[in-house]
Ligand binder design. Structure first.
Ligand SMILES: NC(=O)c1ccc[n+]([C@@H]2O[C@H](COP(=O)([O-])OP(=O)(O)OC[C@H]3O[C@@H](n4cnc5c(N)ncnc54)[C@H](OP(=O)(O)O)[C@@H]3O)[C@@H](O)[C@H]2O)c1
Length: 307
């Protein structure tokens, strides 16, 4: 499949895997043998040059993973060889579509035996983003109503369940094909965006969490009550300008730390958040997985089973 892809698209001269040196754990880092890594929306955007343009190749994509520590760098005393860990690459670092990665130990956490490598890889960046957006940024409260845009996606699926766990009423948008899926995640009201304009059937929300972007993001302000707040993760680095000055438009700052990864584990182990629907790929099928992610109509998460 890889050979056929290169034949069709070209580029094998820059994708010579033999040229990639094995990573080494530097001070404060561990080397992880990756068992699973997930596809995130950012990956095909990076590949397409939509973020800062990458000039050095081979370039390894991928922002989250799960695996086993195989070497420990100087100064790391809280993780050891053989520990199962998961995490999200540091801001500015990528390289999880791989068999090995060297990464700061302080931004990894232990993977519990109760969650598989594939499942926790599916939850890492999606969960981190949802927790920071719903709990830290929107500060959603029990009894509030939230509209989660794009309910069938990885981040939104986690957010729906987290919002329900907090005690909020959850409205979400999805295509008719994903209606049952978002219903199983716990959404109270589901709007088939192909049949209805959400601005005509939703109003007076306390909060909106938008994972779709574009026109959907901008129109999301219309459903907020006076004083309502909205958080946006698919509209670039800045939140869109609100049309009224009584609304809060927020861009979650998705940093990396162990505490938020532990929160993901806590929510899964408590049964508050279930693992999303997962489609598995091998690393050699990365181009195919990107095609699915780029279509923006997948359900749940796409995960590479590396080992
Ligand atoms: N740190 C960060 O800031 C951060 C982290 C993670 C992700 N993101 C961004 O967040 C976005 C979402 O990522 P993701 O991985 O969770 O999801 P995704 O894989 O991009 O999935 C998109 C979902 O949106 C739904 N959708 C598409 N058009 C829609 C519309 N008009 N109305 C309602 N739903 C629609 C699709 O479901 P249907 O088939 O039902 O349409 C699909 O399930 C991406 O842009 C990604 O880059 C940002």
């Amino acid at each position: 499949m890889k050979a056929a892809f290169f034949e069709e698209h070209g580029g094998p001269e820059v994708l010579n895997y033999g040229d990639v040196p094995d990573p080494v754990a530097g001070p404060g880092e561990v080397l992880v043998d990756i068992f699973a890594a997930s596809v995130n929306g950012a990956d095909w955007k990076v590949r397409g040059g939509k973020y800062s343009r990458t000039t050095e190749f081979p370039y390894i994509l991928g922002r989250d993973f799960s695996g086993i520590v195989s070497a420990v760098g100087e100064g790391v005393d809280d993780l050891g060889v053989g520990d199962a860990v998961f995490g999200v690459c540091d801001v500015g670092q990528e390289g999880a579509y791989a068999e090995k990665i060297a990464i700061k130990a302080s931004i990894l956490t232990r993977k519990p035996d109760s969650i598989s490598h594939v499942d926790i890889a599916a939850l890492a960046l999606a969960g981190l983003t949802a927790v920071i957006s719903i709990e830290d940024t929107l500060k959603l409260q029990s009894g509030e109503t939230i509209l989660v845009q794009g309910g069938a996606g990885g981040v939104a699926g986690f957010a729906i369940q987290l919002a329900k766990h907090i005690g909020a009423r959850v409205i979400t948008t999805a295509s008719s094909a994903n209606r049952d899926y978002v219903s199983r995640l716990g959404a109270d009201e589901i709007i088939d965006y192909g049949a209805l304009d959400f601005t005509e059937v939703v109003s007076n929300c306390d909060a909106v969490f938008d994972t779709v972007g574009g026109d959907v993001a901008q129109r999301s302000f219309n459903v907020l009550r006076p004083g309502g707040r909205a958080a946006f993760i698919a509209s670039g680095a800045k939140a869109p300008e609100p049309p009224r000055d009584d609304l809060q438009s927020l861009r979650p700052q998705v940093g990396r730390d162990r505490r938020h990864l532990e929160r993901i584990v806590e929510l899964v182990e408590a049964g508050a958040v279930r693992v999303p629907e997962i489609t598995l790929y091998t690393l050699a099928e990365a181009a195919v997985a990107h095609g699915v992610s780029e279509s923006r109509h997948l359900r749940g998460k796409l995960v590479f089973k590396v080992r």
